[in-house]
Design a protein around this ligand. Structure first.
Ligand SMILES: NC(=O)c1ccc[n+]([C@@H]2O[C@H](COP(=O)([O-])OP(=O)(O)OC[C@H]3O[C@@H](n4cnc5c(N)ncnc54)[C@H](O)[C@@H]3O)[C@@H](O)[C@H]2O)c1
Length: 456
């Protein structure tokens, strides 16, 4: 069986190389000529762990083109992994899917064999049956489940570990137009996966709802853990990590995505949760939980910004250094990251910012240009201000030593509790988010009275 993959971006390129590394012949199609050329020269078009290694391993089985006809003529199954940007109403746009499917369907007109389309892009529930199937039938002049089949098969991956997540999933989600299509996909995943995942097969409508429900549920967990962290900041001796470890040991809850820290970000969680609320609203149902989750996420960012501003006022400074810009470690992606939100808020307060991130500097320069300063190392970033925020749980920060601090005294706000409180002696006071800290509480003027006086 030969595979084609339409859209060779952050998820598509990784999907294509995973299939080719496991022995499938893969044709990649993208409208970006530079990206196609890079892949044909054997060069990873962007940074993602293991992408270059798998491109090297599958040189003979993976090539790229801008020609959609080749995908139909030379493969039996086509994965579509093009962008589905969020619309202002929270739903996903399917414009890029329609553009690609129109060209693919026209090419399908002349094909005699059965062809399978697999939609991997995240879509709003109802999109495939109501819009994409009629479009394919119109342009190919063929009939669903007779001459072509379709499946919804979204991935649950995180940037920075796309390839590992793809090859070791907990779950393979397949929404199928007919048994044949589901069987075909399941057999492919059995061959490719390095674990034995649960294969959830269902109708296309169910799979569309399942995809956004999973992400919406995970964001609820994150916001819950973050609320616990905020509470613990007010109570001496309360430790958010002890509490979430206890919660996580309960099978009904599980320990994953249950660490109090910063709000969630990135290209999927925030928008999938909003899409869930938008989908519910279409049905006349108010998804209060999803909306509250979004609100808590916003609150976390506002609260952090307020604290940092207060610390600056108290110290009489207007410079802040920020270590970590991406929405999580090991990726250059800064979309909806907590760091980007805090930078925007602090700029509004006229605070001068110096930033550093091992991977995301170029993305930040595109977004902020001259409005902030860019350090070229951890040390020079720390030297730029006496208030510093560690925004990602990146192992790079563990290299920080006492000698890196040139100011006495630096206030280091450690959002993920990477450092011990007195790790840097007298040169840096560490404020660990999610823990009681007098300096922090002074920052927002809320006293710890309610708890200590037994009011609650
Ligand atoms: N990145 C993630 O973490 C992630 C995770 C799960 C799901 N997804 C979903 O996967 C889809 C793709 O996301 P991504 O992050 O890989 O996007 P991306 O922007 O990194 O890549 C998309 C690629 O599609 C190409 N493209 C656009 N229109 C095209 C067309 N008409 N024909 C062919 N190629 C076209 C672009 O040139 C680009 O290379 C989205 O629906 C996203 O929601 C992404």
């Amino acid at each position: 069986m030969k595979i084609s993959v339409i859209g060779l971006g952050k998820l598509g390129a990784c999907t294509a190389v995973c299939f080719s590394a496991k022995g499938y012949e893969v044709i990649g199609v993208d409208i970006n000529a530079d990206l196609v050329a890079a892949i044909n020269q054997g060069i990873a078009p962007f940074y993602e762990p293991r992408l270059q290694e798998l491109i090297d391993r599958s040189k003979d089985r993976f090539c790229a083109t801008e020609d959609f006809t080749v995908a139909i003529e030379q493969s039996n199954i086509t994965f579509l992994i093009v962008p589905t940007p969020s619309r202002p109403d929270g739903h996903f746009s399917d414009q890029y899917l329609q553009d690609a499917l129109r060209l693919l369907s026209e090419a399908l007109r002349n094909k005699k064999e059965f062809h399978t389309f697999v939609i991997t892009s995240t879509v709003s529930p109802g999109t495939i049956n109501k819009k994409l199937v009629p479009l394919i039938e119109k342009y190919s002049k063929k009939t669903l489940n007779k001459e072509f089949g379709i499946a919804y098969n979204p991935e649950f991956i995180a940037l920075g570990s796309v390839i590992t997540d793809f090859l070791n999933p907990d779950l393979v989600l397949i929404g199928e137009s007919c048994l044949q299509v589901g069987d075909q996909l399941e057999a492919m995943y059995k061959r490719v996966c390095e674990t034995d995942p649960y294969v959830a097969r269902m109708s296309i409508n169910s799979a569309e709802i399942a995809k956004i429900s999973i992400n919406s549920y995970v964001t609820t967990k994150i916001s819950f853990a973050n609320t616990l962290a905020s509470l613990c900041e007010e109570i001496e001796d309360a430790d958010v990590d002890d509490i979430t470890a206890a919660l996580g040991a309960d099978k009904r809850i599980s320990p994953y995505y249950l660490k109090g820290g910063l709000g969630f970000g990135g290209p999927c969680f925030p928008r999938d949760n909003r899409a869930f609320a938008a989908f519910a609203a279409d049905l006349g149902i108010d998804a209060k939980l999803a909306k509250a989750t979004d609100g808590i996420n916003q609150f976390q960012n506002d609260r952090l910004c307020q604290h940092i501003n207060q610390i600056c006022v108290k110290k009489g400074v207007n410079k802040v250094a920020i270590l970590g810009l991406s929405y999580k470690s090991c990726t250059p992606v800064i979309e909806e990251s907590a760091a980007i939100k805090i930078i925007k808020s602090l700029l509004h307060k006229n605070i001068e910012l110096t930033v550093y991130d091992p991977l995301a500097m170029e993305s930040a320069k595109k977004m902020f240009a001259e409005t902030i300063n860019y350090a070229d190392s951890i040390k020079s970033c720390l030297a730029a201000a006496t208030v510093c925020l560690v925004m990602t749980a990146d192992s790079a920060w563990l290299e920080i030593e006492e000698t890196h601090f040139v100011h006495q005294l630096t206030t280091l706000v450690d959002c993920w509790r990477l450092f011990e409180r007195h790790q840097f002696g007298k040169v840096a006071e560490i404020i660990r988010l999610g823990e009681y800290n007098v300096a922090w509480l002074e920052g927002h003027g809320i006293k710890n009275l309610a708890f200590s006086e037994g009011i609650v």
